[in-house]
Design a protein around this ligand. Structure first.
Ligand code: EPZ
Length: 424
C-alpha cells in the first residue's frame, strides 16, 4: 500500500445503485496475523499465500522485522525468514496499532524464553482485556511482570504443557496458547477453546510445519509439544467477514453478486440471515451467488456468539442492511460491550435505530439519504459503506484508516461490481 495522508481522505459514494457483478474474496486478515506470528517458531523460511494487502498485515510485518526476521512480499505471498530472530521486544507504537500484536507473545517466549511488550491497542469495542492470555501463559511457566502497561516476561528453561480451560472461548487467547504450546515440553490440553475457522487454519499451518495439534475447530485442542518446527508453504483461508460484508452490500442495494473464493461452510449462521431477509442464494463449490429481492424483509433476532454462532464482526454490516428492510429487526451483541458505534452514524443517513445496552432495534425505513459520516471502527466503517451505497445522493465517509485495516481495495472491488464509489 502506498503512503496515504489518512486524515483528509474520504470515500465518496453515490447511490442508490444496485450492485451487479463479481468480487473475489480476499484472504482472511484474522488468519494472516496469527499465521505471521507462527512463522517465528520455524527454523527455516515460511511462505504464506493469499495474504491480503492491509495496514494490519503491514504492522505484523513490521513487528517481524523489528524482531530480526526477514520478510518480503511478492503480491499476495509473504515470505518470512525467521532464522535471524534475536529481538524480544515489540515497541509500544506497534503494540498500540493493533490488538493482534498480543498473539506474538506466545511465539516469542517459546523461541527466546523472554519478551517485552505493552498492552495492545486495536478497535475500541469496549474493554478488551488479555487476562485469559496471561493466565494461561503463567500456568505454562511464564513469569510475567506488569509495570505501568508494560509486560516483562521470561521463562526459566522451556514452557511446559498443561491442562488449561478458558472461561470464554477467546480467539486470541486460543491462538496464543497454541503458539506457546506447540514447542513446549509435554502436552497441553485446552478446553473451551475458540472454534473459529481461523483457529483451524493456524493448526493446519503448525501441523504442516511439524507440529502435533489435534482437535482444532472443536472445543478441546490437544497440543503435543515438539522440539522444533520447520517452515512450510500455506494458503490463508478466505475472509468470511469480508464475504458477509459484500453480501450485505448486494442485499442492501437490491442487487446481485457472485462471490468467488468464498467458503460457504464458514458462513453457516450468516447465510440463513440473508435468506430470511428474502435473498436467493446459490452455493457452488467455490462461488456464492446472491440475488436480493426488490425490498428486503426484516430479520427477527440476531445474537452474536462465538463460532459457529453469528459473528460479532458481521453484525455491523448486516445491521446496516436491515435499515432498509420492511419491518423491525433486533440485534443482541454478546461478544463486545461497545459495538454499536456505527448506529449513531447510520442515523445521519436517515435510519431508525434504538440501542439499549446490548440490544439494537432497527425499524426499517423506505429510503436513506446520503450524508457525511465517519467510520467509528473497522466493521462500523464497512456498515456505513453498505448503507451509503443504498442511500440516495452522496455519502462521504471519513476515518478510512479503520477500513484499510481490514478491506483490501474495497472501492475497486465495489466499483468492479457496478457501484459508484471513489476515494478522494
Ligand atoms: C478476534 O479478536 C478478532 N480479531 C476480532 O475481529 C473478533 O471480533 C473477535 O475475535 C471475536 O470473534 C482477530 O482475530 C485479530 P476474543 P480477539 O479474545 O481475539 C473477552 C475484526 O473486526 N476477553 O475472542 O481480541 C473480550 O473482552 C476484529 O476483525 C477477555 O475477557 O477476541 C471479548 O468480550 C475486531 N479476556 C471476548 O472475550 C481475554 O483475555 C472475545 O474476545 C480475552 C478476551
Amino acid at each position: 500500500m502506498g503512503e496515504r495522508v489518512l486524515s483528509v481522505e474520504k470515500l465518496k459514494m453515490e447511490g442508490p445503485g444496485k450492485l451487479s457483478g463479481e468480487i473475489t474474496v480476499q484472504g482472511a486478515k484474522n488468519s494472516t496475523l496469527p499465521l505471521l506470528a507462527a512463522t517465528l517458531l520455524c527454523s527455516s523460511e515460511a511462505v504464506l499465500h493469499n495474504c491480503p494487502m492491509l495496514s494490519d498485515v503491514d504492522t505484523a510485518m513490521r513487528i517481524l522485522r523489528t524482531l530480526g526476521c526477514r520478510v518480503r512480499r511478492e503480491g499476495h505471498t509473504l515470505v518470512v525468514d525467521p532464522t535471524q530472530l534475536t529481538g524480544d521486544e515489540i515497541p509500544e507504537n506497534l503494540m498500540r496499532e493493533m490488538r493482534s500484536s498480543i498473539v506474538f507473545l506466545g511465539a516469542i517466549v517459546s523461541r527466546l524464553g523472554k519478551a517485552r511488550l505493552s498492552f495492545p491497542g486495536g478497535c475500541e469495542l469496549g474493554p478488551r482485556p488479555i487476562d485469559l492470555h496471561l493466565a494461561a501463559l503463567r500456568k505454562m511457566g511464564l513469569h510475567i511482570q506488569e509495570d505501568h502497561g508494560c509486560l516483562e516476561c521470561y521463562v526459566p528453561g522451556r514452557l511446559t504443557g498443561c491442562s488449561l480451560s478458558l472461561s470464554f472461548p477467546s480467539v486470541g487467547a486460543t491462538e496464543n496458547i497454541m503458539l506457546a504450546a506447540v514447542c513446549a515440553r509435554g502436552t497441553t490440553v485446552l478446553s473451551n477453546a475458540a472454534r473459529e475457522p481461523e483457529i483451524s487454519d493456524l493448526a493446519e499451518f503448525l501441523n504442516a510445519c511439524g507440529g502435533k495439534v489435534s482437535g482444532a475447530g472443536g472445543s478441546v485442542i490437544v497440543i503435543e509439544g515438539v522440539e522444533s518446527l520447520s517452515g512450510c508453504e500455506h494458503t490463508v483461508i478466505p475472509d468470511r467477514i469480508v464475504a458477509a460484508t459484500y453480501l450485505a452490500a448486494a442485499a442492501s442495494t437490491g442487487g446481485q453478486l457472485l462471490l468467488r473464493g468464498a467458503r460457504s461452510d464458514h458462513l453457516q449462521l450468516v447465510l440463513p440471515v440473508f435468506e430470511e431477509a428474502g435473498c436467493a442464494l446459490k452455493i457452488d463449490k467455490d462461488t456464492l451467488h446472491i440475488q436480493a429481492p426488490q425490498r428486503l424483509r426484516a430479520v427477527k433476532n440476531i445474537r452474536t456468539m462465538p463460532y459457529p454462532g453469528f459473528p460479532t464482526d458481521a453484525q455491523a454490516p448486516v445491521l446496516a442492511m436491515t435499515c432498509l428492510a420492511e419491518g423491525t429487526s433486533v440485534f443482541v451483541e454478546n461478544i463486545f460491550e461497545s459495538r454499536y458505534k456505527h448506529t449513531g452514524e447510520l442515523l445521519r443517513l436517515g435510519a431508525n435505530i434504538k440501542v439499549e445496552g446490548r440490544v439494537a432495534v432497527v425499524e426499517g425505513v423506505s429510503r436513506l439519504s446520503g450524508a457525511p459520516v465517519q467510520a467509528p471502527d473497522l466493521r462500523g466503517g464497512a456498515a456505513l459503506v453498505v448503507a451509503g451505497l443504498a442511500a440516495e445522493g452522496i455519502t462521504e465517509l471519513t476515518g478510512l484508516h479503520h477500513l484499510d485495516r481490514g478491506y483490501e481495495d474495497l472501492e475497486a472491488s465495489l466499483r468492479g461490481a457496478g457501484a459508484c464509489i471513489w476515494r478522494e
